[in-house]
Design a protein around this ligand. Sequence first.
Ligand code: PLP
Length: 411
Amino acid sequence: MDTQCLFRSSEGAFAFYSITGGFMHLQTKAIHTGVDKDTAYNSVITPIYQTSTFRFADVGKTLGYDYTRTSNPTRKALEENIASLEGGVGAVAVATGMAAIATVLHLFKSGDHIICTHDCYGGTDRILRTYQEQFNLQISYVNLHDPAALSAAVRPNTRGVWIETPSNPLLNILDIEALSRIAHEHKALAIVDNTFLSPVNQRPFELGADIVVHSTTKYLNGHSDVVGGAVVVNDPALAERIQYLCNALGQGASPFDSWLVLRGIKTLGPRMRLHEQNAARVAEFLSSHPNVRKVHYPGLPAHPHHALARRQQFGFGGMVSFELNGGLEEVHHVLRTVKLFALAESLGGVESLIDHPMSMTHASMDPQLRAQAGITEGLIRLSVGLEDIEDLIEDLRCALAPAKAGDAAPR
Ligand SMILES: *Cc1c(COP(=O)(O)O)cnc(C)c1O
């Protein structure tokens, strides 16, 4: 039992912030952890230290910072905050989610083998292929829904297992605990992309993962006004290595972007709950719609991995995808007719978005891999926002009604 005090110390900073649970619950940590960086004026909100460099206090002596590529107090505040939410010991905040993924891939050497879930994020697939071609990283894409498939794919040089759950855009769920266990049996790192659920709904370290990556562009920031990423680790040596790589590669997030994400995270808990509440209603509406063939939402009891999602997650999240009856013409009609759902890539913001994975987010994916993953032309993905649910459902109801002659000129 921790005996340290949760309350503010005489220095104005938190005497104790819990990384492993401790006294503070997640939403309290989201608001308080790491934010007290201003010892000069005790500003309640973390200042934006918009500076590239820091004056030395004396020859060979700094006040903890020397150059912003290496470290910056505003970025540090965000890093401490995200590390505490995930229950890690360290984090780096980087320029984008892809910067986070690229930084992690630099842990590996030429000739190392990485096993990646077959329906990963398109950008993950793109960079893995690039590293395979240019740096001889060996990549296997494997359907990891049956953890035994991982055991079968392991080679003597397997060093990493790339897990993304729920998957994008089909919301398949992978068993993080079982996959991490198998990875560890082979001395490979279990890496989880936790972008879709955020630490509010899923905490991979508690299930055995070694590294968590985020696109903070999505739910962590939550307001569609910044791109960012984070790598979180739960081992001090790995934390040091990731910090080294972040500095060496120059991946660090800017002070202003860090500040925006830190600001967004303050409302993470309530936002995630409302995203989920709205998504559940949308999934329910779509499930009973005659023009919808199939709905993918882990919160639906009919979802093939519903039981696993219940066991492993603290919530089902705000993403819903569905397959429309009909072909591209019907899909285009829906995409052009919705008014509140903006036709746009990305996800996790307060405003609802609609995406056609095949022609948008997943267009760069290898067509064979895409087909194998089950991403069809009739598939539509929704990022359900925080608007009033009645308005969102009405928007979908109008768009899903069969097109009549003369309807819906393109906007
Ligand atoms: C968006 C996304 C990324 C990439 O993040 P960027 O911030 O766009 O670079 C990685 N993984 C998942 C699951 C994503 O949704």
